[in-house]
Design a protein around this ligand. Structure first.
Ligand code: NAP
Length: 449
């Protein structure tokens, strides 16, 4: 059977789904991979911290998928705006949505509106053209709410020196801001205990690898109840995280100019302000309730901080014309097949963070994509996919051109990639593998069809 599939979102989730579609030996599949940004790779390019080259290296395997002859990348196109879902349904046998989760969850405590979402800062330091170009880094004391891997990323970037990051692909504007960063102390706050932290062990160890950073934990915060002990026994990763935190708790402060304090059992209850200035954060001491939850003790502490960030999870955004669960911030689905109420929506599938929520490492996205694509093929074989009304695969390009939408392509990415690599090589300050281009129009100019 011959199938034309539109995959929306060229991050890891969309690329893994495309790979599975194209690997299938029983069907002749072609994929158009739509992407909102002018460049592909989603979270790898715009979510992974610049000093994590190991994770960024995943791009190499994703590259091999995009090189496949039956795949067309169509970048700089916002589905739901530039082209509707109905228009795609008329042109493809099936649609797979993989737009991820890029917005920050809201912090709803008093003063929470003055706290900066981690995703905003990530967007800045990863050179995402949609985010701020200058960043205020005047605060000497910074608070970070949340004890997950994103909290680790932003705390590490806040505590490192600009020079340490100059070996990475950060653009000039990011280096210019980071080299004037005044932060000396970063306080990270977890509302539950060490066994409930969402860190992964490797990333937690990496926090302490810089000579300019010392990570500290108050020994009083190392506490486990019976449920925590069970968690440690059941999950090696939880146990390793606890071991690393225990090591951090045994230290005396040394001469490192930047300190990261990880606090547990402190639930942020208010961001303290004077006029429009942030001056601190108030937390309430918590106790574990024996079931993984917490109860307040009524003991409050005010911590000085001139800037507060919240790294409390990301959320997906709805797409015009597609059902959306506003409470869970995902597209409702049954194993990857989109649901509208109790009804399956013909030919519409979903994978990645917008399917299951923003949890799990990049690798987890593979099994997720398999479930979705297996279901898509099963539906195709059961005759549940109806042939598209528009048969010509190039008609979509005419439609985009007719609308005046400049789209970018995979060949275009090769050009942009080459230019970014050349910029990195001839960087006066420090030659490196790549220097990212941040201007949207400039990216489009290099990468357009
Ligand atoms: P996360 O792992 O879900 O962590 C969110 C943290 O925020 C938790 O500690 C949570 O505490 C806390 N939190 C949530 N609501 C809160 C509130 N109202 N007040 C105080 N604290 C609150 O989310 P994430 O850090 O955004 O990471 C998302 C995914 O990306 C994870 O799977 C992560 O591993 C992955 N990631 C991986 C890397 C890497 O380098 N490998 C880097 C970045 C992200 P509770 O548990 O108490 O709710």
């Amino acid at each position: 059977m011959s199938l034309r599939v539109a995959v929306i979102g060229a991050g890891p989730a969309g690329i893994y789904a495309s790979d599975l579609l194209l690997r299938n030996e029983n069907h002749d599949v072609s994929v158009d991979l739509f992407e909102q940004m002018p460049a592909p790779f989603g979270l790898i390019r715009y979510g992974v911290a610049p000093d994590h080259p190991r994770i960024k290296g995943i791009v190499r395997s994703l590259h091999r998928v995009l090189d496949k002859p039956n795949l067309r990348l169509l970048g700089n196109i916002e589905v739901g705006k530039d082209i509707t879902i109905e228009e795609l349904q008329e042109r493809y046998d099936a649609i797979v949505i993989s737009t991820g989760a890029v917005r920050d969850r809201e912090l709803t405590i008093p003063g929470g509106e003055t706290s900066i979402g981690a995703g905003e800062f990530v967007g800045f330091y990863d050179g995402n053209p949609r985010f701020e170009r200058d960043w205020n880094l005047e605060a000497r004391e910074v608070a970070v709410i949340g004890v997950g891997n994103v909290a680790l990323d932003i705390s590490r970037i806040l505590a490192k020196t600009g020079e340490e990051l100059l070996v990475t692909e950060i653009p000039d504007n990011v280096y210019a801001s980071l080299k004037n960063n005044k932060a000396e102390t970063v306080h990270m706050f977890g509302r539950r205990g060490p066994a409930q932290a969402k860190f992964t062990p490797k990333e937690l160890r990496e926090l302490d690898e810089s000579d300019t950073i010392q990570v500290l934990v108050d020994p009083e915060d190392i506490d486990y109840d019976t449920q925590s002990e069970q968690l440690r026994r059941a999950d090696k990763s939880v146990d390793l995280v606890c071991q690393v935190l225990e090591q951090y708790a045994m230290r005396e402060p040394d001469g490192a100019p930047h300190k990261i304090h990880i606090h547990f059992f402190e639930e942020p209850v208010e961001v303290l302000t004077e006029g429009d200035k942030v001056v601190g954060i108030r937390t309430e001491r918590q106790q574990l309730d024996g079931e993984g939850g917490i109860r307040g003790t009524g003991k409050f502490t005010d911590w000085p901080a001139q800037q507060v960030y919240h790294a409390i999870g990301y959320r997906s955004e709805p797409i015009e014309g597609v059902p959306f669960d506003l409470e869970r911030n995902v597209i409702p689905n049954d194993g990857g097949h989109v649901l509208d109420g109790a009804q399956l929506v013909d030919s519409l599938y979903v994978t990645g963070w917008i399917k299951r929520g923003p949890v799990g490492l990049i690798g987890n996205t593979k099994s997720d994509a398999k479930e979705t694509i297996d279901m898509l093929f099963a539906d195709a074989e059961a005759g549940k996919l109806s042939a598209p009304a528009v048969a010509d695969p190039d008609e979509i390009l005419n439609l985009l051109e007719k609308r005046g939408i400049t789209y970018t392509t995979w060949d275009g990415w090769y050009r942009l990639d080459e230019i970014e690599r050349a910029l990195g090589e001839k960087c006066d300050l420090n030659p490196r593998e790549r220097k990212k281009i941040v201007e949207w129009e400039e990216m489009v100019r290099h990468a357009q069809a």
